[in-house]
Structure formats: structure tokens, C-alpha cells
Write a protein that binds this ligand. Structure first.
Ligand code: SF4
Ligand code: SF4
Length: 274
């Protein structure tokens, strides 16, 4: 039954993708987790009390009485070769294709989440997307600075899709250059097995110190052996990239992504040299 439900969800996602006229992304990977996975509670304790567990997110839309078994659906859409290649040529500002895709691509992800919610509702389930909910907010974490009350990348990590890298990106089987989204549903779904022991397993730096490629790709010096400096990154994106993208491309976005391309984890899980 659970596996059959997983197939229903995957079919809905595939139908949505195949009905698109333009391929903004390559084929997605999809993962599932249980709504009561202890890692969700761990995130709440680690990031801050404002962080939603799946049940808390769900309760913003539906009353607790409707939930029997909550599951979380997470999907990751890899950037196309064309979008990645265009950004690879850049070393200070993102390419036109990258910036345009940030805007159009997020619309695509949002529309998919809405479609998935609608289709699951039509099948008689209660579904919602935390990041589309009116109560979704950016917040300040005591431990991590900039944060929000739901993280798509952390959800993908819990749902078996990948682990974090030195640059804070999520390294998946289709790489780190991607966009992701999620939906919570009161449907019994088979969780995806996490094939990793720690949250940084796939990063070569954290494994054996053999990689510093993302450090070199960052024009803002926001990545170092100490990790990703969110304040430097955000300041660069806000003060340098947004004005540039607006004036050069007439695109109102601060997306950078230079650290997501030209690195061993760009398009897959990098191979460890022991
Ligand atoms: S480029 Fe190297 S150090 Fe940076 S996240 Fe990827 S594997 Fe880790
Ligand atoms: S997004 Fe841009 S500024 Fe931020 S860490 Fe990556 S390369 Fe640096």
C-alpha cells in the first residue's frame, strides 16, 4: 500500500512535468519521509523553536483531527546543462540564463507544489506546502543566523535525497545545482532510506579535506574552511548581484549560484579519493 502511494505521488509529479512546454530543469528525484521522523524535532531544537515540525506546518492549514499518518514529499529538480554551462563561464555575476531560471524556475516549483496539493486533495487526502503558506517566514536562528520556519534543503536531507556541503548547498545524486520543494500530506508513504551516516557525508572537504573548489568559486569570499558565511553571501547577493541583474538583464533577482557550478559536486555525488 505504501509503495503504491509513493507511485501515485511520483505519477502526479511526472504528469505535471510532462505537461510543461519548456524544460526548465532536468528530471527530478523524489524522496519521502515520515512526518514524525525524529530529525524534524531535532531541527526544531537546533535551529529554533520557530521551526515547524511537519505536524505544526500541517496544522496551519488543517486541524489536528484530520491527521492520522503524516508524510513529507520532497523533490529536487537539477539545473539543465545549458543553465549550468552558462554560469560556469562567469566568475563575478550570474549568467542571464541562471538569473532568468531563478525566477521562472521558482514559479515552476511553486506551481508544481500547488498542483500536487490539488491532486492529492482530489484523491481525498489533506495536503499543504509549508513554503507557500501565508505563515511561512524568514526568521533569525540563535545558532545559524538567517533561517526560516521551513527549509526545503533540510527536508530533502531528511527525505533521503542528499547531504550538505561546505557551501551549505545540498549535494544529491543529481548534484548541488538544483531547486527543491516539498509537500506534507496525511497519506501513508514509504520513507526513502537515507544512504548516509552524517549530514555532510557527500562533501569531499568534510570527508578528507581534498576539495576547496567552492571556496575558489565564490566572488564574495563567503566560503572558507570554516564553512559558509551567510551574512557575506547575502550581502553580496543583495548589494552587488541584485542591482546588476536588474540593470543588466532587467531581472529582479539576487540569485548567484557561482558556487554550484564548476565544482566536483555540481552534477552528482563527488567521488572520494582516499
Ligand atoms: S565543492 Fe567540494 S568542498 Fe565545496 S561542497 Fe562541493 S565537495 Fe564540498
Ligand atoms: S551564492 Fe554566490 S556569494 Fe553566496 S556563497 Fe555561493 S558563490 Fe558565494
Amino acid at each position: 500500500m505504501r509503495l503504491k502511494n509513493n507511485s501515485i505521488v511520483i505519477n502526479i509529479i511526472n504528469t505535471f512535468v510532462s505537461n510543461q512546454s519548456e524544460n526548465l530543469y532536468d528530471d527530478p528525484i523524489v524522496g519521502f519521509s515520515e512526518g514524525n521522523d525524529p530529525l524534524y524535532l531535532f531541527l526544531k531544537q537546533d535551529i529554533g523553536d520557530f521551526y515547524w515540525t511537519p505536524l505544526e506546518a500541517y496544522n496551519h492549514e488543517y486541524s489536528s483531527t484530520t491527521h492520522t499518518q503524516l508524510s513529507v514529499i520532497s523533490f529536487v529538480f537539477p539545473q539543465t546543462k545549458k543553465t549550468k554551462s552558462s554560469n560556469l563561464k562567469e566568475d563575478r555575476y550570474p549568467s542571464y540564463e541562471w538569473s532568468a531560471n531563478r525566477l521562472e524556475g521558482q514559479n515552476f516549483i511553486n506551481n508544481l507544489m500547488k498542483y500536487l496539493v490539488k491532486e492529492l486533495n482530489m484523491l481525498g487526502y489533506h495536503a499543504m506546502s509549508p513554503t507557500l503558506h501565508e505563515n511561512f517566514r524568514n526568521m533569525q536562528s540563535k545558532n545559524y543566523g538567517y533561517a526560516s520556519n521551513w527549509s526545503e534543503r533540510h527536508t530533502a536531507f531528511i527525505s533521503g535525497l542528499g547531504t550538505f556541503g561546505l557551501s551549505d548547498g545540498l549535494i544529491t545524486s543529481v548534484g548541488k545545482a538544483h531547486r527543491c520543494g516539498s509537500v506534507i500530506v496525511n497519506m501513508d508513504l514509504m520513507p526513502t532510506k537515507r544512504k548516509y551516516a552524517s549530514h555532510v557525508d557527500y562533501c569531499l572537504f568534510y570527508n578528507n579535506g581534498t576539495c576547496d573548489a567552492c571556496i575558489k568559486r565564490c566572488p564574495a569570499n563567503a566560503i572558507s574552511k570554516n564553512g559558509h558565511d551567510k551574512i557575506l553571501c547575502r550581502t553580496y547577493q543583495r548589494d552587488i548581484i541584485r542591482p546588476y541583474s536588474n540593470s543588466k538583464h532587467n531581472l529582479n533577482t539576487s540569485s548567484c549560484g557561482l558556487c554550484q557550478v564548476g565544482v566536483p559536486c555540481e552534477s552528482g555525488i563527488p567521488i572520494k579519493n582516499s
